[in-house]
Write a protein that binds this ligand. Structure first.
Ligand SMILES: [Zn+2]
Length: 571
């Protein structure tokens, strides 16, 4: 066998590799930062996984192979060797309520924790940090994750003898208090149940610590309010926690009254997240909201020029129905486990369509909370009606949650240009708890139908819905791709046809939300020219995705080329 041809080819290859590695320093000088030596998941369809990236002046200037990095490294260039760790684009949570999580940051966050000993460990640790006398708030405990029994004062009192405690459950309908909090609030065996609420009691009549619905308020009203300064500090910690989890952006929803606080953070360069703000509120205030949007745009123009989009009053949020757990989500046919109930619309179709039209007139896209298949259909109908009646906003409308979808409506997302915005973790906490009970087998196959929406051509946006689910995007990506319970199972995933691939899930947590805010030319993927928002993980991403996603940690988070969070192992 002759060797001359392969020999020549090898020589040519070696030469071209040499040429590629040494084409001289790049125009504009070396990079500020080079990251190399692991799988870099770009979510760019052209080159989805690369080995190296370089950043200069806050933007990606190079994305490609390891052997091309040499020319980007100058004397002042920082080089991060990945040693096999993965990099992903900065994560953008497409649906979050940062305000409703402030109590978790002030107090204790038990979201998604099944182990009750861990609850008391965290509460005890927080009490030690805050010192005697301080109220411990927050919670978001979920008793359905471990046995389904309510907790009581008996677990709380031994670990919090000197701190009053009142902790909300995951839905915010039930409070869990300790004896000191009950005492300070004057709630005892003699206290009657308030209208619309119930105090759970032992045989003696003494409260167990569980307060249903309005009864929670009997204790909660005694929690001292935060000063404006304390509240800003807790917001700062909330942003920092998000950065620690790999988030570089959020679509957060709250009332318009919260906007000034964000503006202050953004203008001061104190916002480690790019915030796309969805305002709750009546369409009567559409003009006022549009004025706030225009003011913010003007005020933040210099900040945006220096490090990309930072804060924008972006969209309006409406609510069509309730939730599956409480059987208030509006269904086309009755609940499987309550044949006399189909839920109900919180906002009737006519009002929904009129509000959408009103917001469109001032340029806002609209996000509608719609969980049941009837509410999803009504929302699509409302968007269709509004498009016929008036102007369409530049950016796409969206439906939030979509926990059950009628197959006939799946293609309408693409047809109407409506984004499908899902919260993956809500699916997996309902497996074996209530998803199938509420919907029955046939509809359950179309619940949390991420795969079906993708197959029908919908653009997916994923988010956590924190504080009703964990803010941690890796747990959300596990839910989206593995679709097993937080504790694992069923093997292969619950209705596995609705799982999405790692790349699809990651896109729905990066480029999808970036496109929803109109920022996809600037952020959302690792591509030359975009702002360098990215995350270094502690290891490689399992392929195919499996439970070990939950073991990954965030080593560092970068926004416009600067770290917003960094562990020692990343240096
Ligand atoms: Zn929400």
């Amino acid at each position: 066998m002759t060797t001359s041809l392969p020999g020549r080819a090898a020589l040519l290859l070696a030469f071209s590799a040499f040429a590629a590695a040494c084409p001289g320093p790049p125009e504009g000088g070396p990079a500020d930062l080079v990251v190399r030596g692991g799988a870099i998941h770009t979510v760019d369809a052209e080159s989805p996984v690369v080995e190296a990236l370089a950043v200069r002046d806050g933007r990606f200037v190079f994305v490609g192979s390891l052997r091309e990095t040499g020319r980007w490294i100058g004397e002042a260039t920082e080089v991060i060797e990945l040693d096999g760790r993965a990099v992903i684009p900065g994560l953008i949570d497409g649906h979050v309520h940062l305000e409703s999580g402030l109590s978790l940051v002030r107090g204790v966050d038990l979201t998604g924790i099944a182990d009750r000993d861990e609850w008391t460990r965290r509460i005890a640790a927080r009490a030690a940090e805050l010192g005697p006398g301080a109220w411990i708030v927050g919670g978001r405990w979920d008793h359905t994750l471990s046995g389904g029994e309510f907790p009581s004062v008996e677990e709380l009192d031994p670990v919090t003898p000197d701190n009053p405690v009142v902790l909300s459950d995951i839905d915010g309908h039930t409070a869990w208090a300790n004896s000191l909090a009950l005492e300070l609030a004057g709630v005892d065996a003699e206290t009657p149940d308030p209208p619309g609420g119930r105090i759970l009691r032992y045989a003696s009549g003494a409260p167990t610590g569980i307060l249903l619905e309005t009864a929670g308020g009997l204790v909660e009203e005694h929690v001292p309010p935060l000063s404006a300064g304390e509240e800003r500090e807790i917001m700062r910690q909330t942003f920092q926690n998000a950065a620690k989890l790999g988030l570089t952006g959020v679509h957060t929803m709250a009332g318009p009254e919260r906007i000034p606080a964000y503006l202050e953070f953004a203008a001061g360069g104190q916002l480690p997240l790019r915030v796309w703000y969805g305002a709750f509120g009546s369409a009567d205030r559409a003009e006022e909201l549009a004025a706030a949007r225009d003011d913010a745009r003007r005020d933040l123009a210099a900040v945006a020029a220096a490090r990309g989009p930072t804060f924008e009053v972006g969209y309006a949020k409406l609510v069509a129905d309730g939730v599956l757990s409480a059987r208030t989500a509006a269904l086309l046919a009755p609940y499987a486990d309550a044949p006399d109930k189909s839920g109900f619309m919180v906002t009737e179709f006519d009002d929904l369509a009129a509000s959408v039209t009103r917001f469109h007139e001032v340029g806002f896209p609209v996000a509608v909370h719609a969980i049941g298949d009837l509410a999803v259909r009504a929302s699509l109908d409302a968007f269709e009606a509004a498009a016929e009646r008036g102007p369409r906003p530049e950016l796409a409308d969206r439906i939030e949650h979509i926990e059950v979808l009628d197959p006939e409506d799946a293609p309408r997302f693409r047809e109407l240009g409506v984004l499908a915005s899902f919260n993956p973790h809500h699916c997996i906490t309902g497996i074996d708890v209530y998803n199938t009970d509420r919907l029955g087998e046939v509809r359950a196959a179309w619940s949390f139908a991420w795969g079906a929406a993708r197959d029908a051509g919908a653009t997916l946006v994923f988010g956590s819905d924190w504080a009703t689910a964990p803010l941690d995007p890796l747990r959300q990506l596990y839910a989206a791709t593995v679709r097993e319970k937080p504790s694992g199972g069923p093997p292969g995933g619950w209705h596995p046809q609705q799982r999405v691939s790692w790349r699809e899930a990651l896109t729905a947590y990066t480029l999808g939300p970036a496109a929803a805010s109109g920022w996809d030319d600037e952020i959302g993927s690792i591509q030359v020219g975009k702002w360098a928002d990215f995350v270094v993980l502690s290891g490689a991403v399992p392929d195919p995705p499996d439970r070990s996603i939950l073991d990954l940690r965030v080593d560092s988070t970068w926004l416009a080329g600067a770290p917003t969070h960094r562990t020692a192992s990343d240096r």
